[in-house]
Write a new protein. Structure first.
Length: 511
């Protein structure tokens, strides 16, 4: 360890999560568990905040946006890239997760999916990031890395380089379960939950910790299923009226002020203007206007009648751009292709019901839905229909890695996933990796019985290895820092406890 009393942590400050990360650092410092911190920061605003605050003196902070800019003076080095790939795999597996650099999204609205950079420029960025991150870790020598899902080029490289150096990494995982939050050694999985399941597979179910709580949760969820996050639920708006609420007199001033502020900041802040994550005001206005005009037409004429009595497989569309697609399913995230594959693999009399993600209705173009409707056994359902009702009536639920798969597990339905997700460890979930094997996999899953005891065992382990913390509410809504500090305390204790465990295991292995 780097310090006398505690550990040294490297915090990955991903976008607005930087403010939560700093609060967690302060809590770990106050408890004495961690007493030194360095940080890898994504956005300039977060970087400026962390440098100005007086709560913690970070030993070093590096800014992703400043590193990225240095690619312009870089010379492409084939030997360097080849050496990197020997240890870490294809550089394109890292570039492909970055929504901004690879697809030009976030700075442009979906369905835009064109990179603003050339092949050579992207490869130069990899070189720049690898060199800076390697030097940063060698200089700072953190005992562990704490990160939110590494869904950007620099973040994923940091994750991989740290792992290769033997530095423990702790990842935040949302388990889609009533204000619970968990951590894991691997993103997209719950490694400690999986260990508990294996450890207690022969234990009598009534003797497992949190058995009664888990059993009651499953029973209550099946009786009245609810979306796992109130914050997320509040973002769901249906109909054209919701999409054009910005034209209401009470909202016009706010819309104009927002656009004016964006333009003013663009003109005045020349340093931030050159950051690759900064949204150009003209693109903002163009994309938003185009979206609103598209919404005037809508997709009402494309929806099919929902017939719950039919035998069907359910595929809920995912939100895009999102980590659930690019990070957790880097080689299989073309949703049209996945749905075509499912439709080609189901039994003859079975339909595939597809429902739009409620937050995507303003963004998804009609052309996407028209392509769906060319598939004979696919039906497009209205987004207003309850996903819980569709899951309950389905024979099988198919997802990439989203919350619907976990909700289906809780509701007693078999699941097929196309990506990495924590509930892949549940016995009733199967992952599709090879397209040619999907028909047989669907046949097998259609005959799979979801045992209540298996669901309760999984949930019991999840309750044991997570803490109650409404992180989305704290992240998006909580403005009272005292309250935020109080609500994050249990989460900070969980991180520190897992970090100490990993550091002890590493030390024992080395000696």
């Amino acid at each position: 360890m780097n310090s006398v009393n505690g550990m040294k942590a490297c915090l990955v400050m991903q976008r607005r999560f930087a403010y939560i990360g700093h609060e967690l650092a302060l809590l770990m410092k106050e408890s004495g568990a961690v007493d030194q911190f360095c940080g890898y920061v994504i956005l300039r605003d977060s970087y400026d905040y962390l440098r100005a605050q007086k709560d913690i003196e970070y030993t070093s902070l590096i800014l992703d946006e400043d590193i990225q800019k240095q690619y312009a003076g870089e010379t492409l080095d084939s030997d360097f890239l080849e050496a990197f790939e020997r240890d870490h795999g294809s550089v394109w597996s890292y570039i492909g997760v970055d929504r901004v650099l690879r697809y030009g999204q976030l700075v442009r609205e979906y369905p835009h999916n064109t990179s603003p950079y050339s092949n050579e420029e992207l490869l130069k960025m990899v070189q720049v990031y690898v060199r800076h991150i390697t030097l940063f870790l060698e200089r700072e020598k953190p005992d562990f890395i704490f990160t939110y899902s590494p869904g950007a080029l620099g973040m994923l490289l940091l994750y991989s380089i740290a792992k290769k150096k033997g530095i423990p990494v702790i990842n935040v995982v949302f388990p889609f379960t009533r204000n619970r939050i968990a951590v894991s050694e691997l993103y997209g999985r719950l490694t400690w939950v999986e260990a508990l399941l294996k450890e207690r597979e022969d234990t009598k179910i009534e003797d497992i910790p949190h058995y009664a709580e888990a059993k009651m949760y499953v029973e209550e969820f099946r009786e009245r299923p609810v979306i796992y996050s109130k914050v997320y639920a509040s973002l769901i708006k249906h109909g054209k009226r919701a999409q054009f609420s910005f034209l209401l007199p009470k909202n016009i001033h706010r819309s104009v002020t927002s656009v004016y502020g964006l333009i003013r900041k663009w003109i005045r802040d020349t340093e931030k203007r050159s950051d690759y994550t900064t949204v150009h005001p003209l693109f903002y206005i163009y994309d938003r206007t185009k979206r609103k005009l598209r919404n005037l037409v809508g997709a009402d004429d494309l929806y099919d009648v929902y017939e719950p009595e039919r035998t069907f497989v359910f595929y809920p569309l995912h939100y895009e751009p999102e980590l659930a697609i690019y990070l957790l399913s880097p080689y299989d995230h073309d949703q049209l292709a996945i749905i075509r594959r499912i439709a080609q693999s189901v039994p003859a009399e079975m339909l595939v019901y597809v429902k739009e993600h409620p937050q995507m209705t303003p963004y998804r173009p009609r052309a996407f839905y028209k392509e769906l409707k060319k598939i004979p056994n696919v039906r497009l359902l209205r987004p207003e229909i309850s996903g819980f009702d569709i899951i309950a009536a389905s024979s099988l639920v198919t997802v990439i890695s989203g919350a619907a798969g976990w909700e289906a597990t809780l509701l007693g339905k078999p699941v097929i996933t196309f990506g990495t997700t924590f509930y892949n460890a549940a016995p009733s979930t199967a992952r599709s990796i090879t397209p040619e094997q999907l028909p047989e996999l669907i046949k097998t899953q259609l005959g799979t019985e979801v045992r209540d005891d298996d669901v309760v065992r999984f949930l019991s382990a999840l309750f044991e290895d997570s803490v109650e913390c409404d992180l989305l509410h704290i992240w998006e809504r909580e403005r009272d820092r005292v309250q935020r500090h109080r609500e994050l305390k249990g989460f900070a204790e969980l991180i520190a406890r897992k970090a100490a465990l990993l550091v002890r295991e590493k030390s024992a292995a080395e000696h």
